[in-house]
Design a protein around this ligand. Structure first.
Ligand SMILES: Cc1ncc(COP(=O)(O)O)c(C=O)c1O
Length: 313
């Protein structure tokens, strides 16, 4: 992965990549009071490129800001257009997009009510977040010794910069121990989510995932998986579950914009199912990739086309 690109969008205009600098006294760098998104653009088999669920990601960016009481000085449609402008400025037919809204460097007191809200949108080429091998054959997970943030301690429905310390310490803990991803339990001991993905398990043909009201981010890929499962007539249960239920699950998979649909083959050194991606995981993964990269005509409302060489756009 290289973060490089020719251009990015910052504070209302497209600028050269190297000029996107902030001062070391930027408020958000110190305290994490800012919000961000992760979005993917895909090229389909038919040749056109689209941004996947752009509206939902822009809506969540504004909801995250609303949760914090941060006023983004642009409208939703301006930010959506800026995402597409940034992709086009780099001639990217596939990419990851990272919009971020943060407080500037005028004052460093915690309140800093007068600080300017700045917005940037970066884009770069990002392959399989948990590795091509993991995407195909499954990854190894470990339950983190750190709990997911309690819902009264921070506001997990927002994609809030500072909250990601919780994810980063868990991820680094398990990576250093030789695993691919951390599974986080909530403060009551129930399975919550991973550091940047929602988690699903399959038992006796039923798909089970933590309810939206649990200490999880309301993942847009989670919502996509729920819709695809309904399309496939797969029964989904949204309920709390425990780590030992994970150990005896038939299948487990993670989903997120970066991780897409990634099977899990091992948790805490225990093999899951037969140690290979299971049947339901594979059906959901195929349906997902068919919608984003393939020829599926399902859910056109999820795809915002921005490049279409066949139709000359
Ligand atoms: C903590 C956390 N959970 C879940 C997800 C998955 O969300 P989405 O599918 O919207 O990318 C993410 C990534 O954004 C995340 O950071």
């Amino acid at each position: 992965m290289s973060l490089n690109a020719d251009k990015l969008w910052m504070d209302g205009e497209i600028i050269p990549f190297e000029q996107a600098r902030v001062h070391v006294l930027t408020h958000t760098l110190h305290y994490g009071y800012g919000v961000f998104e992760g979005i993917r653009a895909y090229k389909r088999a038919s040749g056109e490129s689209h941004v996947f669920r752009l509206k939902e990601h822009v809506d969540r960016l504004f909801e995250s800001a609303h949760i914090l009481g941060l006023e983004i000085p642009y409208g939703r449609s301006e930010i959506a257009e800026a995402c597409i402008e940034t992709l086009k400025a780099n001639s990217f037919d596939e990419a990851y997009l990272r919009p971020i809204a943060f407080l500037g460097d005028e004052q460093l007191g915690l309140g800093a009510l007068g600080n300017r809200v700045r917005v940037a949108i970066a884009t770069w080429k990002w392959g399989a977040y948990l590795g091509e091998e993991g995407l195909k054959n499954g990854i190894r997970c470990k339950i983190s010794s750190f709990s997911r943030i309690h819902v009264n301690v921070n506001m997990v429905k927002g994609k809030i910069c500072g909250q990601y310390v919780n994810s980063v310490i868990a991820k680094r803990e398990v990576m250093k121990a030789g695993y691919d991803e951390a599974i986080m339990l909530d403060t009551h001991g129930y399975v919550s989510e991973c550091t940047g993905e929602n988690l699903f398990m399959v038992k006796n043909g039923r798909v089970i995932t933590a309810p939206y009201g649990a200490s999880i981010l309301g993942g847009i890929t989670r919502d996509t998986v729920l819709a695809l499962a309904a399309d496939l007539d797969v029964v989904v249960e949204e309920r709390l579950f425990t780590r030992d239920e994970l150990y005896v699950a038939d299948e487990i998979f993670l989903c997120g914009t970066a991780a897409e649909v990634t099977p899990v083959r091992e948790v805490d050194d225990r093999r899951i199912g037969n140690g290979r991606p299971g049947e339901i995981t594979s059906r959901i993964s195929e349906a997902f990739f068919d919608v984003v990269r393939g020829r599926s005509t399902r859910h056109p409302e999820w795809r915002q086309t921005y490049l279409d060489p066949v139709r000359g756009r």
